[in-house]
Design a binder for this molecule. Structure first.
Ligand code: ADP
Ligand code: MG
Length: 275
């Protein structure tokens, strides 16, 4: 596989959509594995108390395990928490445990509570400009958000530069997006002017239905250039991979789902910030 060029500085992606079940976690872990296969060094931050990304990447996330909770609430450095994904070289994970469920409430009384993740990422010795850091810097940080617009997602939106919004190719796909976009506008105005919606990924696309094609067209009409050409097909292999603690990229590398995620990763690597 020809490697993709490494970016000049770490690109921090926030994978968000307050709707559940649209493919946030699936896209996070598979784009991450795809990028790693293209020669990129990748850090996934699991920011969902469910820990689904931690499960798919085969890292320990029992209650009490050092996790993103410790970074947010205790200020523990991310480099002390991150662990290598055992199945994908160059892919590291900051796991989430169920402890994170309490973090939104515990953080309410903390000063600058929406900046906690941003601070943690900025303090990481391997995140930043490539020129200053050398070979073992991270090229990508990908943050998997929970299905809500609460304080955890807000922390991610303040910490990231680029947003990836997965949109499921189904009838109500665009419903609820206005709320997400309003939140992004609010974050840009008050907390993180640099935040850009760089990447829209159409997921669970069923090429046999006119409905899916219609939805994809609508998404393209709305977001234009930001929509990746690659769409992720609906596939049983994609949905069964997590039950083996795998990404589909490692579980069934030749499957349509794996190849699509690899292609999506290639597009992302080839594309800079566009908005
Ligand atoms: P979210 O993180 O947005 O809640 P998930 O990534 O967990 O969404 O996906 C929701 C469900 O859909 C999961 O069971 C997942 O395995 C399944 N799924 C995601 N993408 C696909 C796909 N391309 N084909 C089939 N099933 C998928
Ligand atoms: Mg999820």
């Amino acid at each position: 596989r020809p490697p993709a060029p490494r970016p000049a500085a770490t690109r921090v992606f926030v994978v968000a959509n307050q709707k559940g079940g649209v493919g946030k976690t699936t896209s996070t872990v598979n784009v991450a594995a795809g990028l790693a296969q293209l020669g990129q060094r990748v850090l996934v931050i699991d920011l969902d108390p469910q820990g689904n990304a931690s499960t798919a990447l085969n890292v320990e996330h029992r209650q009490g395990t050092a996790s993103v909770y410790d970074a947010l609430v205790e200020g523990t450095p991310l480099e002390e928490i991150m662990v290598p994904c055992p199945d994908v070289p160059d892919l590291f994970v900051v796991p989430a445990t169920i402890d994170l469920a309490g973090a939104e409430i515990e953080l309410v009384s903390v000063v600058a509570r929406e900046n906690r993740l941003s601070k943690a990422i900025a303090a990481h010795p391997r995140i930043g400009a490539a020129a200053a850091l050398g070979e073992d810097r991270f090229d990508y940080v990908i943050i998997d958000c929970p299905p809500s617009l609460g304080l955890l997602t807000l922390n991610a939106l303040v910490a990231g530069e680029e947003m990836m919004i997965p949109i499921q190719a189904e009838y109500y796909a665009l419903e609820g997006l206005s709320q997400l976009l309003a939140t992004v506008d609010m974050v840009r105005a008050h907390l993180n002017p640099a935040l850009a919606i760089s990447t829209i990924l159409v997921t669970m696309y069923d090429a046999r239905t006119r409905l899916a094609a219609g939805v994809a067209e609508e998404v393209r009409a709305h977001f234009g250039e930001q929509v990746l050409r690659t769409m992720i097909p609906r596939s049983v292999r994609v949905s069964e991979a997590p039950s083996y603690a795998q990404t589909v990229v490692t579980y069934d590398p030749g499957s349509s789902g794996a190849l699509s995620y690899l292609e999506a990763a290639r597009e992302i690597a080839a594309k800079g910030v566009t908005s």
